[in-house]
Design a protein around this ligand. Structure first.
Ligand SMILES: Cc1cc2nc3c(=O)[nH]c(=O)nc-3n(C[C@H](O)[C@H](O)[C@H](O)COP(=O)(O)OP(=O)(O)OC[C@H]3O[C@@H](n4cnc5c(N)ncnc54)[C@H](O)[C@@H]3O)c2cc1C
Ligand SMILES: O=C(O)[C@@H]1CCCCN1
Length: 394
């Protein structure tokens, strides 16, 4: 180990030293690097692709933000996450959040829906119960079925995802951080001083954080760690009005989550943003796919996501064409319980891992970055991390 003074001057030939290296400049790695730089750590953020890119999980213009969660720890964490988003808006001078409200609907008595309402109530977050009739008044374009009810989370809305990623990376650079993009990490040599080799050169650091998104398992296998992560290819679908400008679905749509009876997966939607005249509605799920091979669709998909969505549109949003107008792709990395992994490598304690955000990690990312930076520097964690520990998997 080097003393603080020695460290400033020491470097292996061709091997620059940092306090911390963060592998992966998606939203989680970028926020981790930002928090590390905020703590005064000399931090390098490494990214395999030229930035910005669309091959991982953090691209695109929009993501849902909400406090409505069935798990109370998420509702609790979202309170601070909203504050951190507001701080980033202020620091970057960029608007990143649009408050549209969020509707969650499902059959009356649905267990998850009841837990959501209970959490909003317990945390004193303004919310409303909406009957089928009340929904018809508020959102005539959404047609609930008899026996279905909704919960209205007033804090819900849209995060401008690509602007957020750019903003956090710019703030990190302004604090003295370093980003090297177009530079893939090809080897990690663990030890008290970790050596990270890339396609360009080598670096060393006392601490490493791995936030590799759908590449996480590929990075962790050579480090002797197998995690129960699955990578899913998600079809991001945009839908058009049958009579453009005639219904008010595009103008007044909230964000929504729907638990449809008889369907295994949730469906979600966001107001029109990316493509004028189109609204984004997707399945919270997809088919397993290797991240590098996601464009090579060879077999019949197990999850018939597009047909499920077409059926849903016909039943619930009859003013829209029941066939997608645009389909794009994104990747989920899911764990068996859909909670992320935020933990140290079991053998190499100076390596911290953030993985498996299971399709809902964007809204939490300012806080995830803070938690990963705490794990990395050895500061006491701000939250109980039991739901995120590796040891929960047998
Ligand atoms: C369709 C879709 C909809 C979603 N909707 C929502 C939503 O509404 N609300 C919400 O909160 N969340 C949502 N999410 C989830 C959220 O977007 C993800 O949880 C989040 O983006 C994950 O970020 P990440 O940094 O872990 O992964 P990524 O963004 O994939 O970042 C990982 C990075 O690591 C880099 N990398 C990997 N290996 C290497 C290597 N060897 N060397 C260098 N770099 C490497 C990759 O290139 C990549 O840039 C959604 C996700 C998808 C796909
Ligand atoms: O994180 C969210 O709020 C949504 C829920 C549905 C799937 C996509 N992500």
């Amino acid at each position: 180990m080097f003393s603080e003074g020695a460290r400033k001057h020491y470097s292996f030939p061709g091997c620059t030293m940092y306090d911390c290296i963060v592998l992966g400049a998606g939203i989680q790695g970028s926020f981790t690097a930002y928090h590390l730089a905020k703590c005064g750590k000399k931090t390098l953020l490494l990214e395999q692709f030229p930035l910005p890119h669309t091959r991982g999980s953090s691209h695109g213009q929009t993501r849902i933000i909400r406090k409505a969660y069935p798990e109370d720890f998420y509702t609790n964490m979202m309170q601070e996450s909203y504050q951190l988003w507001a701080e980033l808006e202020k620091d970057s001078g960029t608007k990143l959040y649009r408050n549209t409200g969020l509707v969650v609907w499902g059959p009356a008595g649905n267990h998850e829906l009841e837990k959501i309402c209970k959490n909003l109530e317990n945390y004193q977050i303004p919310w409303e119960h909406l009957s089928q009739e009340a929904m018809k008044q508020k959102y005539p374009g959404i047609s609930l079925k008899p026996g279905e009810v909704a919960c209205w989370d007033t804090s819900g809305g849209v995060l401008y995802a690509d602007k957020a990623l750019k903003a956090v990376q710019e703030c990190f650079l302004r604090m003295g951080g370093t980003i090297h993009d177009n530079e893939k990490v090809t080897h990690i040599e663990p030890g008290p001083m970790i050596t990270v080799t890339t396609t360009t050169t080598s670096y060393s650091a006392e601490k490493l954080v791995i936030t590799a998104g759908p590449w996480a398992q590929k990075v962790l296998t050579p480090l002797g760690l197998q995690l129960p992560l699955k990578t899913l290819r998600i079809n991001v679908c945009y839908w058009k009005e049958k009579n453009p400008g005639r219904s008010d679905i595009l103008a007044s749509s909230p964000c929504f989550l729907a638990a449809v009876s008889g369907e295994e997966h949730e469906i979600y939607g966001l107001p029109s943003q990316e493509y004028p005249g189109l609204i984004k509605i997707c399945l919270h799920g997809g088919n397993e796919a290797e991240v590098e091979e996601r464009d090579l669709v060879v077999e019949d998909p197990k999850v018939k996501d597009i047909s499920i969505l077409c059926r849903f549109i016909s039943n619930y949003l009859p003013d829209l064409h029941p066939a997608p107008a645009v389909v794009e792709q994104c990747m989920y990395t899911v764990t068996p319980d859909q909670n992320a992994i935020l933990d140290h490598h079991p053998l190499h304690k100076n390596i911290t891992i953030g993985a498996g955000f299971s399709g809902h990690g964007f809204k939490l990312s300012p806080l995830i970055g803070k938690i990963l930076s705490e794990l990395c520097t050895g500061a006491p964690p701000s939250y109980d991390l039991k739901p995120f520990q590796i040891t929960r998997f047998k």
